[in-house]
Design a protein around this ligand. Structure first.
Ligand SMILES: *[C@@H]1O[C@H](CO)[C@@H](O)[C@H](O)[C@H]1NC(C)=O
Ligand SMILES: *[C@@H]1O[C@H](CO)[C@@H](O)[C@H](O)[C@H]1NC(C)=O
Ligand SMILES: *[C@@H]1O[C@H](CO)[C@@H](O)[C@H](O)[C@H]1NC(C)=O
Ligand SMILES: *[C@@H]1O[C@H](CO)[C@@H](O)[C@H](O)[C@H]1NC(C)=O
Ligand SMILES: *[C@@H]1O[C@H](CO)[C@@H](O)[C@H](O)[C@H]1NC(C)=O
Ligand SMILES: [Zn+2]
Length: 758
């Protein structure tokens, strides 16, 4: 044998030995090496487990185990006492939830405190408590507002019920000889008043009804027009089905005359007012409450009352009768007002609401993913309530407890561990301006931005028993429909509809009846920072009332003390079947996103929504834009390119190599990260913290939103503005940013190495 062939033999032998050793090591790694922190969950056979799809059996297992009686019991416990943000009861609720999550087998729990600016009314010294007075010409009090909502049912007889107030109202003691009615206090209402009457609200107190827009925008309009103070009230036309006594609480779910809506009036941005854009940690720089570098807090007193009190104020008013569209449901002649009817009378607002730094808490419970622990499906609900919060938010908290119990149990019994990490989030201080969730997103955006699959919000699980409704980005539609098709219709008496989806399609179809219609996203709950700052796909689930028949701005007892367990248990969802159905849909969407090999997002649905947005711009402003050199055609073109890329992408996705974990991961990253492309770090014109080009609230009404909010706001009454020319330049610049953003989003869907044009 030549030395050469000897060498070759030696080499071959070595190679064989090496191959065997390699194989054994490989097998050992496969058997023992890769496992989750919970060591029982072992992965055997790398390739198989890595590319295994979800176990379809688990879907029914989770949904069937969600129990309505448990939800009912949780809600009863959660609403036993008021749990306002920043109070001991609120902290206790966070600690209890953490303990609960430990007990039901979640892998890890955390609490994140933040030090933020909250706002409370005076409650100790009666002579300082918020109150509205009317005086006669001799200076005698003829009427004063109640300090509290009276106890209408013994279950409300609890301490620490915060009196009605509007958070972040200016404190102050203001008087006026005039009281002016401004309908809903929208921009158009104030303008109508200025154009059609001689009334000038400067230096006066105004009365506005709740509904139609965000209360903070009402107060802001009054402030910038020079009003001294603003009183908000809930009209029975909007909140009490015109006050049918038999149906108002405690006999039904409508608002009684003493029921008063609390709520924040801070506007401008979401999160802690003192630390915009950054987390309210110990080292955070904080704006001042006043002076240089001050935060733009409301500058005039604002206070809410019920319709019993409003009727009295309206009866003191003078002036002409208002037009029909301004009339509410009280049995009284609605007048514009001006000087009070009796000469020498005066109205006074004594408001001692104060802003104060407080600790608030978020709490988290984690189920660590088995294969992709670094991909997160987030499920959240806020814990803080204005008072008992039986609907907002504790209906959602009760359901979150039940869903986490069911999932935790499966993990504990080693029946299931999701492919990706599931994080349950209990948010603090949502009611003050989505503070807990926003601070958390601000703190962890670098982790969340690249790793989150979706944020799934359940604030109010059930505000009625009629149908499901969805606020979501287009990506979330089809996965939610799929879940709703699996959940039986909770109305057992109505056999026309088999599933939640069937009823939903009947209740709220879209224009061409092809699917349920979208409810506008707005920035109404804790999903806001996820979509607006981080570009994470979001959805907000809810069972709602019959909105086709009842023209209510919200469920009637909203933010009043009468939002009690009794109201839910006796009038709104007897048997808690709709709570359960919301939880089933929510849990099934979460399971599907956390467990499926390929994330079930439909990027093509985005193209349709974008096109609807431009159609809307075309209808509203098409001619005006064209006259000023803005070609909407360019935007249509960008969207058709996006649509083509989206269609290509979905086609490629069908042929992905399902045995290749890297190909799967790459596809999933494109699916989840596309939404990020709609974030512009510069923000919308004049609104650096509103960073999503497609979805935001409108700057004149935080409760509304529009596709392409920067363009909608830019065009708002542009021809009537004094600086029209400058505003057109802003619109033109933003128009080009919108086109660029859509191009960017399209490019993320292309082949990963061939994303540029040839
Ligand atoms: C509330 O409870 C207290 C004692 O706990 C009782 O004295 C009072 O009468 C109750 N008030 C109402 C209105 O039920
Ligand atoms: C309203 O009154 C204020 C002060 O009394 C005055 O400065 C302002 O110009 C008036 N506005 C209109 C539109 O007349
Ligand atoms: C500004 O706020 C500080 C405390 O934050 C207070 O001491 C001061 O009086 C305030 N100044 C004015 C003008 O309101
Ligand atoms: C409305 O008020 C008038 C006078 O105050 C009264 O006569 C009438 O009965 C009231 N109508 C209703 C429906 O309550
Ligand atoms: C459903 O809600 C309506 C009010 O919208 C109420 O009248 C009805 O009793 C409720 N049904 C159940 C089962 O709770
Ligand atoms: Zn809420």
């Amino acid at each position: 044998m030549s030395p050469r062939s000897q060498n070759r033999r030696k080499f071959l032998l070595l190679a064989v030995v090496a191959a065997i050793v390699g194989l054994v090591i490989g097998l050992l790694i496969g058997r023992f090496g890769i496992r989750s922190d919970n060591d029982e969950y072992r992965i055997t056979g790398i390739s198989e487990t890595f590319v295994q799809d979800a176990d379809p059996y688990i879907s029914a297992e989770i949904m069937d185990n969600i129990n309505s009686e448990n939800i009912r019991q949780y809600l009863r416990e959660l609403t036993e006492h008021p749990h306002l943000a920043g109070t001991d009861a609120d902290y206790k609720q966070a600690k209890d939830l953490q303990e609960f999550w430990r007990s039901v087998g979640l892998d890890e729990t955390f609490i994140t405190p933040y030090d933020v600016l909250l706002s409370y009314p005076e409650t100790k010294d009666e002579s300082k408590m918020n109150r509205i007075f009317v005086y006669d010409s001799a200076g005698q009090v003829v009427w004063k507002s109640a300090l509290y909502e009276p106890i209408l049912d013994p279950s409300e007889n609890k301490s620490n019920v915060v009196p009605p107030f509007n958070a972040y109202s200016a404190s102050g003691d203001v008087s006026s000889t005039d009281l002016v009615y401004v309908n809903y206090g929208r921009v158009e209402d104030f303008r109508w008043l200025a154009q059609n009457t001689d009334i000038n609200i400067t230096g006066k107190i105004v009365l506005a009804r709740y509904g139609k827009n965000f209360r903070g925008d009402k107060a802001y309009q009054a402030e910038i027009l020079g009003a001294k103070g603003i009183i908000l009230y809930s009209d029975p036309e909007d909140y009490a089905n015109n006050g049918e006594a038999t149906q108002v609480y405690p006999h039904g779910w409508f608002l009684p005359e003493s029921g008063t809506q609390r709520g924040t009036i801070f506007r401008g941005y979401i999160g802690d007012p003192l630390t915009p854009g950054y987390p309210a940690t110990e080292t955070a720089y904080r704006l001042k409450g006043n002076g240089t570098n001050s935060v733009a807090l409301p500058k005039i007193p604002c206070h809410p009352i019920g319709y019993g009190a409003a009727k009295i104020l309206l009866s003191y008013m003078s002036g002409d009768q208002v037009p029909a569209s301004w009339r509410g449901g009280l049995n009284i002649t609605y007048r514009f007002g001006g000087p009070l009817k009796q000469s020498g009378w005066k109205i006074r607002m004594r408001i001692s609401t104060k802003n104060t730094r407080k600790k608030m808490y978020n709490v988290f419970g984690v189920i660590r993913g088995s294969i992709e622990p670094d991909r997160y499906v987030l499920l959240g609900n806020h814990l803080d309530a204005w008072v008992f919060g039986a609907i907002d938010p504790s209906s959602g908290t009760a359901v979150m407890k039940e869903v986490s119990r069911v999932m935790g149990n499966l993990v504990q019994k080693k029946k299931w561990r999701p492919r990706r990490t599931i994080i349950f989030c209990g948010w603090g201080a949502e009611e003050f301006k989505l503070i807990g969730s926003t601070e958390w997103v601000e703190q962890y955006i670098k982790n969340l931005g690249s790793r989150s699959v979706a944020y799934l919000n359940l604030d109010i699980a059930s505000e009625g028993n009629y149908s499901m409704r969805l606020r979501a980005t287009p990506l979330m539609r089809s996965v939610t429909y799929a879940a709703a098709k699996k959940v039986p219709n909770p109305e057992e008496t109505d056999t026309r509809f088999k599933t939640v989806y069937d009823k939903w399609m009947y209740a709220f179809p879209n224009a061409d009846k092809s699917r349920p219609r979208d409810f506008r996203l707005g920035l109404l709950s804790d999903y806001a920072s996820f979509i607006q700052r981080a570009g994470i796909p979001v959805a907000d689930f809810r069972y709602t009332y019959n909105r086709n028949e009842l023209k209510l701005p919200s469920y009637p007892l909203y933010h009043s003390k009468y939002e009690t367990f009794k109201a839910v248990d006796e009038f709104m969802d007897r048997g808690f079947k709709c709570h359960r159905a919301s939880g089933q849909v929510w849990a099934e969407v979460a399971r599907n996103l956390a467990d499926s090999l390929i994330i079930p997002f439909q990027v093509e649905d985005y193209a349709k929504t974008l096109k609807d947005g431009v159609d809307n711009l075309e209808n509203e402003f098409g001619l005006l834009m064209k006259k000023n050199g803005i070609e909407l055609e360019l935007l249509y073109k960008a969207i058709s390119v996006f649509a083509a890329d989206a269609a290509d992408f979905q086609e490629r996705a069908k042929h992905v190599d399902k045995k290749n974990p890297f190909a799967i991961r790459s596809l999933n990253d494109q699916l989840t990260l596309m939404e990020r492309a709609f974030i512009d770090p510069e923000g919308l014109p004049g609104r650096p913290l509103a960073r999503n080009i497609v979805f935001a609230d409108s700057s004149t009404n935080a409760y509304a939103d529009a596709i392409f909010p920067g363009l909608i706001d830019g065009m708002f009454e542009i021809e009537e503005s004094a600086d029209e020319e400058r505003r057109w330049e802003i619109v033109k610049k933003h128009f080009s940013v919108v086109i660029h953003t859509i191009d960017s989003a399209a490019s993320t869907l292309r082949d990963v190495s061939a994303f540029m044009p040839l």
